[in-house]
Design a protein around this ligand. Structure first.
Ligand SMILES: [Zn+2]
Length: 252
């Protein structure tokens, strides 16, 4: 393995490919990192001392390089004409239609077909329009489903107070987030294209953060008490979620 990298450079070479290294210091308590295309992002708490900064940058860099080597790079989710997906308990087929009379793009769900009408004048951007419309429409479709699911898991296993539940665009790498103060949970649309136990694992993880905001032993104890096979789900996510661009492939 000849992966060159040095602290001062803003590039990392992995198997001959150049990745730009973007390090940001933010008002936050935890350190995270992720990869998008040929960019490596590392986000660190602003109030770390110099020694810890170097330490955490190196830990995250090593972890992310390993992810690149294993092919676990996040790719943007792209829907296209003919895709068949299972989401929010429904089987859907995505179809696009070019229409010379349409003034603006339209989307409608009828008999299991999520149809996107694209004006002929915008036909050159058809792929982009289809993807945008489908994602927006799926977010709306998934929200009530997610609310029911989160509430039922919460009622069964925890009984925490929840103020709000949101779904965000699959552009982001994070699968779920929890605002401990506002009692708000948010989930990546991407997880709702995964098998049921995977969706549950992300929901359970975020619900546990309503009680323990960090990843301390107390957090994991709570999580495993509710979901003893959490690691299996996590393995599936690491194997499938980052590299999949076609939703169908997630049903392995
Ligand atoms: Zn967490």
């Amino acid at each position: 393995m000849d992966n060159l990298s040095d602290q001062s450079s803003s590039f990392v070479y992995v198997d001959g490919k150049r990745y730009s290294l973007n390090i940001e210091f933010l008002k936050r308590k935890t350190a995270t990192g992720f990869i998008e295309d040929d960019k490596i992002y590392i986000k660190l708490p602003i109030n770390l001392d110099k020694e810890d900064k170097i330490k955490y940058i190196n830990i995250l860099k090593k972890r992310l390089i390993k992810r690149i080597i294993n092919g676990q790079i996040y790719k943007e989710l792209k829907f296209k004409d003919g895709d068949k997906i299972h989401i929010a308990g429904k089987d859907l087929t995505i179809h696009s239609y070019i229409n010379q009379f349409a003034k603006r793009p339209l989307i409608k769900l009828e008999d299991g077909v999520l149809g996107v009408v694209i004006p002929a004048s915008e036909a050159t951007k058809a792929d982009q329009i289809l993807n945008d419309k489908v994602i927006k429409s799926l977010i709306k479709l998934v929200l009530p489903y997610a609310i029911l699911k989160v509430n039922s898991i919460n009622k069964r296993s925890f009984g925490f107070k929840i103020s709000n539940i949101k779904i965000y665009r699959p552009k982001k790498v994070v699968l779920g987030s929890c605002n401990y103060k506002n009692k708000t949970l948010a989930f990546n649309l991407r997880i709702f294209l995964c098998p049921e136990n995977i969706i549950d694992s992300v929901i359970v993880h975020e619900l546990c953060h309503l009680k323990v905001p960090n990843h301390s032993p107390k957090f994991w104890k709570l999580l495993y008490s509710v979901m003893p096979d959490y690691d299996e789900a996590r393995k599936w996510i690491n194997k499938n979620l980052y590299t999949a661009t076609i939703p169908n492939r997630w049903y392995e």
